[in-house]
Design a binder for this molecule. Sequence first.
Ligand code: ATR
Length: 277
Amino acid sequence: MTSKLLLAGVIGDPIAHSRSPVLHGHWLQHYGINGHYVPLHVTRDRLEEVLELLPDLGFSGINVTIPHKETVLQLADNVTDRAALIGAANTLTFTAKGKLQADNTDGYGFIENIRQNTEDWSAREGPALVLGAGGAARAIVSTLLAEGSPHVFLVNRTRARAEALQDHFGARVQVVDWTHIPDLLPETALLVNTTSLGMEGKQPLNINLDRLNPATVVNDIVYTPLQTDLLQEAAERGCHTVDGLGMLLHQASPGFERWFGVKPEVDDALRVAVLDE
Ligand code: ATR
């Protein structure tokens, strides 16, 4: 007797670059699950129709990527608190009662990555300095606040975007100018780059790290390259560094567990499988 075939996938436009199929495919094989995870190219004009069709085709759920992460909130029957707070969803589940549930696991992926790669880390230990104010920053700031971060300093090229986050999240978030980064470094417990600067093919992230405190944990959500200049320089200054690949891997875990019924392990074998892709 074979168990029921389980289906999930990822929808976006474009979709060819997505690493999610390899990631979920690795877990499906590792846990011997009778299931498939497929990339589906879905344009904006077909989104609603596709979301209605997928459960009828047997899908348990679906990941959502650019450009649908915000739009799906309007189409969902239930939106988790964290997805509502972030204003975007990346993990949709078709419930047994025929409802569409929208969740955002980016912040979870971020924090689990930091936790897995540090000892006894706590957001409560001191202020965080977050570079960037896009979608990823929104999820990260929201999670840091929920985890008890006393203060989040936010720096962004477009100041108005950072101010919008400050308005949204309240007094513990403070917008600062790019030029003030060096003054904040000595007191920063956690430094996170959420911009695309430093990514292969993009401009470098040019910040002066002379005043970086060796006790600061430094994380870059860029994972191509794995060892960004920021992480390299921080490590040379004695800081504990955490690369960005783990965030991608951990954010996938809640969806996999919901759709395929196993809480998957984020380990070196998974990292190798995704990097080899
Ligand atoms: P994501 O959802 O991955 O966070 P995003 O919403 O496009 O992507 O955000 C990208 C972030 O990188 C933003 O903070 C962006 O700054 P702006 O808000 O000013 O656009 C930042 N970023 C991208 N290219 C940049 C550059 N050349 N210089 C400075 N910041 C840059």
